[in-house]
Design a protein around this ligand. Structure first.
Ligand code: NAD
Length: 289
């Protein structure tokens, strides 16, 4: 690595807190080496109130880009020169590209979700979707799928503070993407949930339900909703197959899709924004093995 760094080397970084556990530096530095790009990637522990200073530093050091993780995604969006449509509607960014001094904010989580579905032979265009959740991951999915042509999205969330966020997303999408019919329901209304899933092509868990150490949780308790042509997806990637996905598969759903691919594809999208190149995914997997 040291042999690669020269006076011309450009910097990219992850900002957020904590970042010490992140695999991003390893992945991006491998890819830069692979493509012989004169960049290096670091991780900086940045708290929310430090975001404006971090963005000033990004400009000052002429950094090519930053990935943004919690708790900085909203503050970063508020300090961009320009936002992608998804980032503007969501009000959060996870990828910043420095375009000749202009900081452009993107949200690639939803792009990653759509890319992962495409990788499994599923196109969201024209599809009816049920999405459980209204936090960061679920909102990114709802907005990107609406932008990418989903016919309808029924959002179900517990009656907690995130429910207002779901209503806010629905109101914004009604204005921005009027062709997509977005409705919000309380997940406590199990009859409505069953009715909406019966009409849907794609069911998505966008909450942390089922994530370690709560592997024994699934928000779908009535397994009769599963049918072979219902595509069932989860944002949770640890475990790789959640209780929801396992029960859907055992009930005969032909396509069950976990969150690991979404994570990979959102990184692929960010890499493309930074470099214009396709991330060498297979080569990196081999390198890791
Ligand atoms: P968040 O805190 O922003 O949102 C939490 C959501 O879960 C809300 O809708 C909330 O109402 C709901 N919720 C919380 N507790 C619940 C419960 N007991 N029962 C039902 N719903 C409940 O979280 P987030 O950042 O959106 O993350 C959610 C999950 O998505 C996590 O497991 C995270 O690891 C995963 N994630 C995956 C990817 C990926 O690329 N695959 C990306 C981002 C997040």
């Amino acid at each position: 690595m040291e042999q690669r760094i020269k006076g011309t080397t450009g910097l990219l970084a992850l900002i957020g807190s904590p970042v010490g556990h992140s695999g991003s530096p390893d992945m991006y530095n491998f890819c830069f080496r692979y493509h012989n790009l004169d960049y290096c990637y670091m991780a900086f522990d940045i708290k929310e109130d430090q975001v404006p200073a971090a963005l000033d530093a990004m400009r000052l050091f002429n950094m090519r880009g930053c990935n943004v993780t919690m708790p900085c995604k909203t503050a970063a969006a508020q300090n961009m020169d320009e936002l992608s449509d998804a980032a503007r509607i969501i009000g959060a960014v996870n990828t910043i590209v420095n375009e000749n001094g202009k900081l452009v904010g993107h949200m690639t989580d939803g792009i990653g979700f759509v890319g992962n579905l495409r990788d499994h032979g599923v196109d969201v265009k024209g599809k009816k979707m049920v999405v459980l959740g209204a936090g960061g991951a679920a909102t990114a999915i709802q907005v990107q799928c609406a932008l990418d042509g989903a016919a309808s999205i029924s959002i179900f969330n517990p009656n907690d503070p995130f429910l207002d966020r779901a209503k806010n997303t629905a109101a914004k999408l009604k204005k921005e993407v009027p062709d997509c019919d977005v409705q919000v329901f309380c997940i406590e209304d199990q009859d409505k949930l069953k009715e909406e899933i019966a009409k849907a092509d794609i069911l998505v868990n966008g909450t942390m339900a089922g994530m370690k150490p709560h592997e024994d949780v699934s928000l779908i308790t009535d397994k009769s909703v599963f049918r072979p042509d219902l595509v069932v997806c989860d944002v949770v990637y640890n475990p790789e197959e959640t209780k929801l996905l396992r029960e859907a598969r055992e009930a005969g759903c032909a396509k069950t899709i976990g969150g690991k691919g979404m994570l990979l594809w959102q990184g692929v999208a960010a890499y493309k924004l930074y470099t214009g190149l396709d991330m060498p995914v297979e080569e990196y997997k081999k390198f890791q093995a």
